[in-house]
Design a protein around this ligand. Sequence first.
Ligand code: GLU
Length: 474
Amino acid sequence: MSKKNKNKTYSFFSFLENNFDKAAQFLSIEKGILEQIKACNSVYSIHFPVKIGKKIKVIEAYRVQHSHHKLPCKGGIRYSIKVTQDEIMTLAALMTYKCAIVDVPFGGAKGGIKMDPQTISVENIEKITRRYTSELIKKNFIGPGIDVPAPDYGTGEREMSWIFDTFLSIRPGEVDALACVTGKPVSQGGVRGRKEATGLGVFYGIRELCRIKEDMLSIGLDVGLIGKKVIIQGLGNVGYHAATFFHEAGAIIIALAEREGAIYNKKGLNVSNVILHLKNTGSILNFPGAKNIENTEKALELECDILIPAALENVIHKNNVNRIKAKIIGEAANGPITPEADEILEKMGVIVVPDIYLNAGGVTVSYFEWLKNLSHVRYGRMEKRFSENMNAELLQVIETICKKKILTEEKKIILRGAREIDLVRSGLEDTMISGFHKIRELKKSIGIKNMRTAAFVFAINKIIDSYERLGIFP
Ligand code: GLU
């Protein structure tokens, strides 16, 4: 445990240090290298003025590059009134480990602007986003080979478009400019499948866990997702998509929690109808057939098989952890469990699937988008038709040899060449499945129960390898 934790002066970054130190016990490596991996390499704290109406407002913002062991750095930009340097440093560090786990060759970074976008007009959000981007450009904190932002809490495709447009205006003619930011709309160089990638990655990760008989037996559950009771906290981009995929796979979404409260129906909630209700009424509460839970935090404590916190950090802590009844917790959000709560959950026998693995689907598909932008061609464009023609010829040969006609419906399935969305999804699925097994095998080989510690050991090992091979510049 770090000194800070002993003295009970917790910060979010010290939570992460705590997890790091736990994992470091399993590594015999020079302390200096570990210290270097732990530290944030560059922290850029910015204050800039923006004219809002007739008044000038000073905006507080950050971009933190946690690790330069691989470049570019990569990580989202969040807009939230709760943004602090400590939070952005921690999230940047999480990105480093996340990228290492899912084999994305980037260092971790994160940005944040301290504001509540829900209380600011679109024009002003655009103004602030563009000014922030120009501040990053001035200090060389953004660029296809330097640092590549993406969406995060409170930001989305719209903001990424503005960032790209600002970058290109200041750097006209830069042929790879599209790769300066990911999570863009498809019409602006984005990749199909990015929007739902984090939620889908969460789904793939939990589905893989639920496929393993040994693990399911250990918590008294059956194999598979069908009929499993799921609670999702947070219906933003990540939570919404995760909920949709679980629902489609036959799991029962018994509760959904949002800021204003939660809704519960033990028979299951239809996610798309809840979203429709949210759009029509401005709240998930009073959804037909569901019970309202006014204190939204109480939703985390309901009886369920799988709990997915998909909103902000530190929602499961020492004061509520003993009331958690879930058997599996999937960390779709970054850092939703404090270290104290994590230790208690381990003792309670709950399987915690950690953020640094489980929510890495977003950055994985961001990596695909970045590659697409650098190659300047849509995935599948060169080979889709070719494989369809080859498949057609193959089918013809099979029909001739077997003297049998293949049904038109079957033909359609076999003939289909891969589209961009097919390739992105299969790349994501493969990444999440192989990431899960790498962590699980390591966990078994070092004889620990905690998946987070195993994930950290895996990630740190990989970064150590980079440092050792690169050497240290004098
Ligand atoms: N903000 C997302 C995350 O925390 C995505 C980062 C990215 O795509 O670069 O993982």
